[in-house]
Write a protein that binds this ligand. Structure first.
Ligand code: FAD
Length: 467
């Protein structure tokens, strides 16, 4: 009898532990994907991420054919879909890779119980991170709440190597399948034009480019949004187009080959970013309440302003702060935003506009191709000053000096805010002294940073005193 492999956030063939095991344990494998019914549960995705998903599924379906496999797509409640598939195929085992998110884990629990009832085997593999959330703990066995000791421990642990490709899958020919979904499946409009190509092959190319051209200068270039200085692998890790073991192994090989101290340092810095990803996944696992409220109890119940025109201006990249607007427009036009800008626009929303970080968190989830619940929540709470290892509330970035420091020549700003293409760089990094807009159709700054900074400090101080 065949085995079922349930694809979820592991849309690849290479180094896929559950798929490999399914192919080893049976002569035939039924690979299935169950498009989620997210619209019934939340609004935390949108055309950008879903379109990348659809492209990645189409590419997966083709790759499976090279292994005599056929991707079966069936929509509905996952447990009911799998129950029917077991009945239709006579499968005796289900294999899947575990989900790092609480919702996915809830479904896994139900599946495990259901498999007992159906009398079949159920094999879940932990593989989305190099180290699971219960593997990196303090000496007393508690989860870390601060990044540096977490990452020191994380770095010291031995890392697994990638495994090979599965054998032939021989999916039986007579199993019903829907078409691989496109955006119409969820009734979504067109995505942004500038989103990256999905699929395992495109992701491997990005990894090769990152290793050959980017990570050795990562230390210098990662904070210059106007250059291609970061790896651009976040969406590939989000959807499992690349395994984290493959990324780590290739990056470690590059570290072994690096000649100069500066490139070694750059690659080490890069590896520490991979640890941030796992740190936030561990935080979400141990403190799932972060999705509802502030990680740090001191900051629960802060009084946020009502969203209105200011929130609209932020979303539309029309705040009159060129760097903030450039970041928001990059997001709208490509489904991606450079990390430095994510921090800048998040601090701007929470500290200059006094709007709830949850509004920004959800807006990001609707637009980011790499939207990852744990990293996004972690990034937002960090910026708001409310999270694990967060910047203290009184460290408020000045969007003007951020702009002068990280985009001195204005290249990034001019790329995304074309109205400003003829404005000299210096004028992009300070409020207009003459109170005249920098260009026709470009707004004046919607707030005065100095004043809003004072207001934020007062709000936080008052809140702390009242606790
Ligand atoms: P690189 O700089 O090349 O880093 C390599 C990899 O390390 C990334 O692909 C990512 O997997 C991981 N990484 C890097 N920085 C971080 C970080 N601060 N936290 C967690 N992982 C990190 N990242 C997401 O993947 N999804 C999100 O939804 C997300 N939302 C964010 C929201 C805010 C407010 C902030 C401040 C950060 C957010 N990040 C998120 C983290 C970071 O901005 C992105 O991972 C990064 O910009 C992706 O680009 P890259 O792949 O070129 O990164």
């Amino acid at each position: 009898p065949p085995s079922i492999h349930w694809f979820r956030r592991d849309l690849r063939i290479s180094d896929n532990p559950a798929l490999l095991q399914a192919s080893r344990s049976a002569d035939a494998v039924v690979p299935v994907y169950i498009p989620s019914t997210w619209q019934e549960h939340h609004s935390w995705t949108g055309p950008n991420r879903q379109s990348f998903l659809c492209q990645s599924l189409a590419s997966l379906a083709k790759n499976l054919e090279t292994l005599r496999g056929r991707l079966i797509c069936r929509s509905g409640d996952p447990i009911r879909v799998l129950e029917k598939l077991v009945r239709d195929t006579g499968a005796t085992a289900i294999h899947f890779n575990r989900d790092p998110d609480p919702h996915g884990q809830g479904v896994e629990k139900k599946l495990q119980a259901a498999c007992v009832e159906w009398g079949i085997e159920c094999h879940g593999f932990h593989e989305h991170t190099l180290h699971g959330p219960t593997e990196v703990l303090t000496k007393s066995g508690d989860p870390y709440r601060v990044y540096t000791p977490y990452s020191n421990n994380w770095l010291s642990l031995p890392k697994a190597e990638p495994a090979g490709k599965p054998g032939m899958l021989n999916t039986p020919a007579d199993i019903d399948s829907e078409e691989v979904p496109d955006l119409g499946h969820w009734g979504l409009p067109k995505p942004a034009e500038g989103i990256l190509e999905g699929g395992e092959r495109a992701a491997i190319e990005r990894l090769n480019t990152a290793v050959a051209e980017r990570i050795s200068d990562y230390g210098e270039k990662r904070d210059i949004p106007g250059t291609a200085g970061t790896s651009r692998l976040s969406q590939d890790l989000r959807f499992g187009l690349l395994s984290i073991r493959k990324v780590f192994t290739e990056v470690s090989k590059a570290l072994g080959r690096a000649r100069s101290a500066s490139s070694r340092k750059s690659i080490e810095t890069y590896i520490k970013e991979l640890a941030w990803r796992e740190f936030y996944m561990a935080i979400l696992h141990h403190y799932p309440h972060v999705l509802e409220e502030e990680f740090n109890p001191d900051w629960r119940g802060l009084p946020w302003d009502e969203p209105g025109d200011l929130f609209e201006a932020w979303k539309n990249g029309l705040t009159g702060f060129p760097l903030v607007d450039a970041g928001m427009r990059q997001l709208r036009e490509t489904g991606f935003m450079h990390n430095r800008l994510r921090m800048v626009v998040a601090m701007f929303l929470t500290k200059d506009l006094h709007l709830d970080w949850r509004l920004g968190e959800s807006y990001f989830m609707q637009h980011l191709v790499d939207g990852e619940i744990a990293s996004n929540n972690g990034g937002w709470q960090w910026s708001a000053g409310t999270g694990a290892d967060a910047a203290p509330y009184f460290r408020i970035q000045n969007p003007w000096s951020q702009s002068a420091r990280h985009d001195p020549g204005g290249d990034y700003i001019r790329k995304w805010v074309p109205e400003l293409k003829d404005v000299p760089a210096k004028r992009l990094h300070e409020p207009p002294a003459d109170h005249r807009p920098l260009a026709k159709d470009y707004p004046l700054p919607i707030v005065d940073h100095k004043k809003e900074r004072e207001r934020t400090l007062a709000i936080f101080k008052k809140h702390k005193a009242a606790k």
